[in-house]
Design a binder for this molecule. Structure first.
Ligand code: MRU
Length: 325
């Protein structure tokens, strides 16, 4: 598969994640406004992929010679929760004095780095899973999409599945559909099918019951921001999964690059959670799914307290949370 985010002929090229699984196609983004729109629509999404897209967006602005700091702020603010987006933008901005080619060189280097770090992080996490779980082959449960499509390449939590599958150690993956935008059903199931990994898509509400029935050896998720104390912001529904996993004694492993850790934030209570439009819940492809005018609560992410997490694993290995002062 091609990279999720790339640079070609003076433009940012992304795999269009809104079109999947109907169609595998790319989108060419030539301006900062087009990139910001793609980020808001989730045509490019997932914390590490957003970091790379943010950096290349600054290169777009630098070549356009417009107000680069202003454009950079617009990109960084397009989605507030995944810290990687602002991190990628800030890294790219720091090279601006050396000219647009230097910004682009940094962006390109970040593409290579992303794949390398995520392979390493997920390799460490695979070892954690093998230590924590006695059963072979493994039955894994995952939420949202944390694969190739959420990164530049390879993936974080789903990267663990690739490592274990290569060794013949995966019996099956339970894929939470991930309401309301179905990143699990649309994207994770698509990636698993491409890779020939046995899997079942389930409603998010089926996860706790699957654990109660003893069908899950380990839960694997990614993260959008990890606070200094180890609290984890991730796709809405992750917190409920962690509670169910703790209740049933199922290990709950978080996999992310170090760039997702935000040590400026002491606890998850300080993480800004994106709220998205009511229409994501009240309509499906224009067909009403709730009475007209229903009030809606639609947070895109939730926060899982560190106490419910078995391990946060990055490219540096298992992280030790810093207690709140
Ligand atoms: O709203 P999304 O699809 O960008 O949310 C993505 C997630 O919550 C992922 O789990 C997270 O970014 C980690 S991706 C490796």
């Amino acid at each position: 598969m091609r990279r999720t985010v790339d640079w070609a002929d003076g433009a940012v090229v992304i795999i269009d994640q809104v079109a999947l699984p109907r169609e595998y196609r790319t989108c060419t983004l030539r301006t900062v406004d087009e990139l910001v729109d793609a980020i808001r629509r989730l045509a490019v999404r997932g914390a590490p992929a957003l970091g790379a897209a943010g950096a290349l967006g600054v290169a777009l602005a630098a070549f356009a010679g417009s107000d680069v700091p202003g454009a950079a702020e617009k990109i960084a603010a397009a989605r507030p929760t995944a810290v990687n987006l602002r991190w990628g933008v800030t890294r790219a901005l720091a090279t601006l004095d050396d000219g647009p080619e230097a910004v682009l060189a940094l962006g390109r280097a970040m593409l290579d780095e992303d794949e390398r770090l995520n392979r390493t992080a997920s390799g460490h996490a695979a070892q954690v899973v093998l230590r924590e779980c006695a059963r072979r082959p493994l039955r894994l449960l995952t939420h949202c999409n944390t694969g190739h499509l959420a990164t530049v390449a390879w993936g974080t939590a789903l990267g663990v599945v690739w490592h274990l599958h290569e060794r013949g150690l995966v019996e099956s993956v339970l894929v939470d559909e991930t309401r309301p935008l179905l990143q699990g059903a649309r994207l994770t199931a698509w990636e698993l099918a491409q890779a020939g990994v046995p899997h079942h898509v389930q409603a998010d509400g089926a996860a706790a019951f699957a654990m109660a029935r003893g069908l899950v050896d380990c839960v694997l998720v990614g993260a959008d921001r990890i606070a200094a104390n180890g609290d984890v912001a991730n796709k809405i529904g992750t917190y409920g999964l962690a509670i169910a996993a703790a209740h049933h004694g199922v290990p709950f492993v978080v996999v992310a690059p170090e760039s997702t850790v935000d040590t400026s934030i002491a606890t998850g209570a300080d993480i800004v959670i994106e709220e998205r439009s009511a229409a994501e819940l009240t309509e499906f492809h224009g067909i009403p799914t709730a009475p007209a005018g229903s009030d809606v609560f639609n947070p895109a992410f939730d926060v899982t307290p560190a106490s419910l997490v078995t391990a946060v694993v990055t490219e540096n290995g298992v992280r030790t949370p810093q207690p709140t002062p």
